[in-house]
Design a binder for this molecule. Structure first.
Ligand SMILES: Cc1cc2nc3c(=O)[nH]c(=O)nc-3n(C[C@H](O)[C@H](O)[C@H](O)COP(=O)(O)OP(=O)(O)OC[C@H]3O[C@@H](n4cnc5c(N)ncnc54)[C@H](O)[C@@H]3O)c2cc1C
Length: 416
């Protein structure tokens, strides 16, 4: 595999950028694999990478019905943080954050992780109480989290409205280790790393059926590129997970909604951090290209269309203009949507299933990008060992039957 380094970049420049090798192969499907992953987003590609890198599996395929990273991985606003309320979530998301901190080095691929700080604004007494509870819970879990006064919040992000607001700024939480990363690069970096370890990445290959043996375990998958035999199938298909799992007779407590984002015209660096306002509902950061990256809300209705209603984006822009009056004259360049898979408690499922050899990783809803390395890492463990890693042990399907919910839905109005 080509190693990226300053010397390699220099050599590339001096040779007219003509000698860069292909970053991953485009193989034909083999008749059989030891493990198949359905879904070529960050979580699926990462799972294949860790299966090969940490668990020694070699005959692995990733099935992607479109192009890798073309799902929510390439459509999100890239906010990364780990300041979740519940112990189980804190463990999972901080496991991911620790992996983010060295991911570029691990993969020898610049995923542009930028820990510029994530600030969550409080606009009401209720917000203040809930957020302070988060800060205390986070600290008890060893996660960096601070409470800022309104003046401190404005000093950290000078673009914040200093005048009268419909919802006044009463303070904010800050996680300094949080930030952003380049989403495409995450998919590409994991794909390149997995490919170098022998994983076959099969794009334009849709899983259309799951065949079970007489004993009821996974035997093979039907795809648009032929039948593939495998004893282990990991499904990481985001908004389409319930559709795929139904092929094995499993009903999941998931609803799929469009979630939107939009970007502005690019401007010089003006916005130093990530800001989220759950109450007014807007979240914003600035990309390395200079665009303001703005997240809007979910549509009210379930759908599989990868675009949302206009009034939802308009509402997000109203909130941005209220919070940051300096952006009122900026023009928006593009908006798009992704299909997010939402569980009743807004926490993911990373688990074995009642079908032997079938594993599922889903329910990331509006906030799974930040979890990508951690989720992939523990899901690979689960598939390799046929039992959950201690970090994902609470994230079962059965919790919706038994009532052991991880109720981040009640803990935060927004889970990005
Ligand atoms: C607008 C928006 C903003 C967001 N903002 C944030 C944020 O700021 N921070 C954050 O943490 N999270 C955010 N998220 C959520 C985050 O993007 C997702 O939780 C995460 O990217 C999910 O990754 P994934 O790999 O599981 O799914 P995906 O990247 O969607 O990958 C699943 C893949 O499965 C493929 N697939 C589906 N069915 C089949 C099939 N039958 N056969 C083969 N392949 C199949 C799809 O084509 C897709 O590529 C946001 C999401 C959206 C839409």
């Amino acid at each position: 595999m080509q190693r990226f380094s300053a010397l390699a970049l220099l050599r590339g420049g001096l040779t007219g950028q003509r000698r860069w090798p292909v970053q991953w192969r485009s193989p034909d499907p083999q008749p059989a694999y030891d493990a198949v992953i359905c879904g070529g987003g960050g979580h699926g590609l990462g799972t294949a990478y860790y299966l090969a890198a940490e668990h020694g599996l070699r005959r692995i395929a990733v099935l992607e019905k479109g192009w890798i990273g073309g799902g929510n991985t390439g459509r999100n606003t890239t906010i990364i943080r780990s300041n979740y309320l519940f112990d189980a979530s804190a463990q999972l998301y901080d496991h991911a954050l620790k992996l983010w901190e060295s991911l570029s080095q691990t993969l020898n691929y610049n995923v542009m992780f930028s820990p510029r700080g994530v600030m969550m604004l409080a606009h009401s007494v209720h917000d203040v109480q809930v957020f302070k509870r988060h800060v205390h819970a986070n600290r008890a879990n060893g996660i960096d989290s601070e409470w800022l006064t309104a003046a401190q919040a404005r000093a950290f992000c000078p673009a914040l409205n200093a005048g009268d607001m419909r919802y006044p700024l009463l303070g904010a939480t800050l996680q300094r280790r949080g930030g952003t990363a380049r989403h495409d690069a995450v998919a590409w970096g994991y794909a390149r790393g997995a490919d170098a370890l022998g994983v076959d990445i099969l794009e334009n290959c849709e899983l259309t059926g799951i065949r079970l043996s007489d004993a009821g375990g996974v035997e093979a998958v039907e795809t648009t590129r032929g039948l593939i035999r495998t004893p282990k199938l990991g499904v990481v298909a985001a908004g389409h997970t319930s559709v795929v799992m139904k092929m094995a007779g499993i009903d999941l407590p998931l609803e799929s909604f469009p979630l939107q984002a939009l970007v502005s015209e690019p401007v010089k660096p003006v916005f130093p951090c990530v800001v989220m306002s759950n109450t007014i509902h807007a979240y914003i950061s600035q990309s390395d290209k200079g665009e303001l990256v703005i997240g809007a809300g979910m549509d009210a209705y379930t759908s599989y269309t990868q675009r949302g209603a206009l009034h939802v984006s308009a509402h997000a822009l109203e909130a941005i203009c209220e919070l940051f009056p300096i952006f009122r004259r900026m023009r928006m360049m593009r908006n798009w949507g992704g299909i997010v898979d939402v569980t009743p408690d807004r926490s993911p499922i990373i688990a074995k299933t009642p079908v032997k050899g079938l594993y599922v990783n889903c329910g990331w809803g509006t906030g799974g990008f930040k979890a990508t390395p951690g989720s992939a890492n523990v899901f690979a463990w689960t598939i390799a060992h046929d039992e959950p890693h201690p970090i994902n042990a609470p994230f079962t399907i059965e919790r919706f039957r038994d009532g052991a919910l991880i109720d981040e839905a009640a803990a935060a109005a927004v889970a990005h």
